[in-house]
Design a protein around this ligand. Structure first.
Ligand SMILES: Cc1ncc(C[n+]2csc(CCOP(=O)(O)OP(=O)(O)O)c2C)c(N)n1
Ligand SMILES: [Mg+2]
Length: 336
């Protein structure tokens, strides 16, 4: 991997660096396994992988404290793992099994954990942004100093409801961090073809919301930027925008033929900017870990991921009666 300028935080501990490596690798291997299970027909419906973007959520989670909330889009498995949700339950949900977070009835885009303060998983582009402001409102109302991380993409950033939300969040000084995961594409549309200004973080200026861009392939830089944003929100100064420049290696979803970009473009990112390789290099060059240590972590992660796939495969499909639970209207089958 080509050398790059890393964040100035060089006083990071070996343990923290290893934890970053472990957390990012878990997401990558988990997503690779999900891709395999999809190919085998064990996962159906929509499935949007997070491969390439791991440093975004891992870096930002490192800036959180207990009680902070997160809400994201359909590209959500990495976020669930990063906030501590159980890989078994996530994989079982992907495969539509009873042991899943939504008892097999939600699938890839619809998982929640109030325990981990994870509020989804949302399939409608942009729709989770006002929800994030609502979550932040609840913390402000209760008078605590928790913050809400509201993640959305570069494509979603062109939606009207995002700016209605910016206005209200600024007006009411809500403790919300708007995290724009700019992976340069919205399905098959390059940011260059859809977005009038390349630096989306500046769009908060009209509302008086500060923002900054950060290299989303550098987990240390992401954490540092996250800490700054968190400090701003916890101090009661209102919302903050972080535009995290990242890249997805896989297609938009499992059914994307990816004709809108070249293989060389993807290859170049993988070779020169990969976030996991970056941490691996830091670990090795700083004598924080040996080749054996890293192999042991790889093995540990592989076994966690394999276990989640086994758990999912062994978990039964939901019972037919489950069709009548967790629905808002109280209806019963007429002629059952
Ligand atoms: C309101 C709405 N419009 C269109 C879609 C179809 N759609 C799903 S994902 C997507 C692209 C969003 O891109 P971006 O916000 O950059 O997020 P990314 O997929 O890159 O993570 C679109 C147009 C949708 N789900 N909801
Ligand atoms: Mg995008």
């Amino acid at each position: 991997m080509a050398a790059r300028k890393t964040s100035k935080k060089s006083n990071i501990s070996s343990d923290e660096l290893k934890q970053f490596y472990r957390d990012m690798l878990l997401i990558r291997r988990f997503e690779e396994k999900a891709g395999q299970l999809y190919g085998m027909g064990l996962i159906g419906g929509f499935c949007h992988l997070y491969i390439g973007q791991e440093a975004v959520v891992v870096g930002l989670e490192a800036a959180t404290k207990e009680g902070d909330k997160r809400v994201t889009t359909y590209r959500d498995h990495g976020h669930m793992l990063a906030c501590g949700m159980n890989p078994d339950g996530v994989m079982a949900e992907l495969t539509g099994r009873e042991g899943g977070y939504s008892r097999g009835k939600g699938g890839s885009m619809h998982m929640f954990s109030t325990d981990k303060h994870f509020y989804g998983g949302h399939g409608i582009v942009g729709a989770n942004v006002p929800l994030g402001a609502g979550l932040a409102f609840s913390d402000k109302y209760k008078g605590n100093d928790n913050v809400t991380f509201t993640y959305f993409g570069d494509g979603a950033a062109n939606q009207g409801q995002v700016y209605e939300t910016f206005n209200m969040a600024a007006l009411w000084e809500l403790p919300v961090i708007f995290v724009i995961e700019n992976n340069q594409y919205a399905m098959g549309t390059s940011q260059k073809r859809s977005t009038s200004t390349p630096d989306i973080y500046t769009r908060g200026q009209a509302f008086g919301i500060p923002g900054e861009a950060v290299d989303g392939m550098d987990v240390l830089a992401v954490k540092e930027a996250g800490e700054k944003a968190v400090a701003h929100c916890r101090a009661g100064k209102g919302p903050y925008i972080l535009e995290v420049k990242t890249y997805r290696y896989r297609g938009h979803s499992m059914s994307d033929p990816a004709k809108y970009r070249t293989r060389e473009e993807v290859q170049k990112m993988r070779e020169e900017k990969d976030a996991i390789e970056h941490v691996r290099e830091l670990l090795m060059s700083g004598n924080h870990a040996s080749e054996e240590d890293l192999k042991a972590i790889d093995k540990e992660i592989k076994s966690v991921v394999n276990k989640s796939a086994d758990f999912a495969k062994d978990s039964p499909e939901p019972a037919v009666e489950e069709l009548w639970t967790d629905i808002i209207t109280d209806i019963a089958p007429q002629n059952a």
